[in-house]
Design a protein around this ligand. Structure first.
Ligand code: FCB
Length: 279
């Protein structure tokens, strides 16, 4: 059975990102058990916005309430429904195929039966996180230019926030001059800047900045810059039809051969193969 409504069984989640709100009210047409024993091909992130839900059954069962977050990795079993004593269960969700560099954000601290769970967040975090869910859905369903880029960008923010609120994440502030250097590089990604240019911008000598950056980020400035260029290139390869050479230029490589070489070193395959594989 095939249908065009992701809230009903039979929808084909053959996309990079689908977002929605499932408003389950006792006795209504959506008041059924969502059951996918083999999980899905992509990830699902889920946040309860109202009422309560019950995830799994028997000994594995647990309830979720407003503000609770769930992350279902691909293939993790889906088995959830409105909590039987609650009149409703409204939950927001985003289905997505992750990018490789998101890996760290998709590893939360607590896992139950293959599903990551985050509960008891403070009001502020809940509000910010829910806002992102809403914005993602709005962007993905809009017809504005760059809607896919925007939805993916918002999803990245959502995943970073969710990772940041994990109890085991220790947050040590990064030196503001290193942040300045990173901002400079991000803003000038397509330019041929030198270490001296960045150093001038941060009012440090090149060697002092080089050491500071390495101490804080555990990698050299060049490695960091190339990582940024390549992740931006990966994004452009899957979200636009630009030619590989054009994308190379956008991310700062005027020489196409050099771009391919760096890309291959970082991503393990050529830009062309990467595009073919992801799409
Ligand atoms: C909808 C469900 C929602 C989520 C998405 C992927 O049908 O209501 O909970 O599982 O599918």
């Amino acid at each position: 059975m095939q249908n065009n409504d992701p809230l009903k069984p039979g929808y084909n989640f053959n996309a990079h990102l689908v977002a929605g709100l499932t408003p389950i009210i006792e006795g209504d047409e959506l008041d059924f058990l969502i059951e996918r024993p083999g999980g899905m091909k992509g990830y699902i992130i889920n946040m309860t916005s109202q009422g309560e839900g019950t995830i799994f059954s028997g000994e594995q069962a647990f309830d979720v309430k407003a503000g609770d977050l769930l992350l279902f990795p691909p293939s993790a079993e889906h088995f959830y429904q409105r909590q039987k004593d609650s009149a409703s269960w409204f939950h927001r969700w985003v289905y997505f195929r992750p990018r490789a560099f998101w890996n760290d954000w998709l590893n939360w601290q607590e896992q139950r039966n293959g599903v990551f769970v985050t509960q008891n967040l403070d009001h502020n975090n809940i509000e910010q996180i829910e806002r992102l869910f809403i914005d993602i859905e709005y962007a993905a369903k809009s017809d504005m230019p760059y809607r896919d880029d925007l939805a993916i960008n918002l999803l990245e923010q959502l995943l970073i926030r969710c990772k940041t609120v994990q109890p085991d994440v220790v947050s040590k502030p990064i030196d503001p001059r290193v942040i300045e250097a990173m901002n400079y590089m991000t803003q000038n990604l397509n330019q041929d800047f030198t270490l001296e240019d960045i150093a001038d911008h941060t009012c440090l000598s090149s060697s002092r900045l080089g050491h500071l950056f390495r101490d804080e980020m555990k990698m050299t400035i060049t490695q960091w810059r190339d990582d940024q260029r390549i992740s931006r290139a990966k994004q452009l390869l899957v979200t636009t039809n630009y030619s590989v050479n054009h994308i190379g230029r956008i991310v700062g490589y005027t020489d196409p051969l050099y771009f391919s070489r760096v890309f291959k070193r970082k991503a393990g395959l050529s830009p062309k193969r990467y595009r073919e594989q992801i799409s």
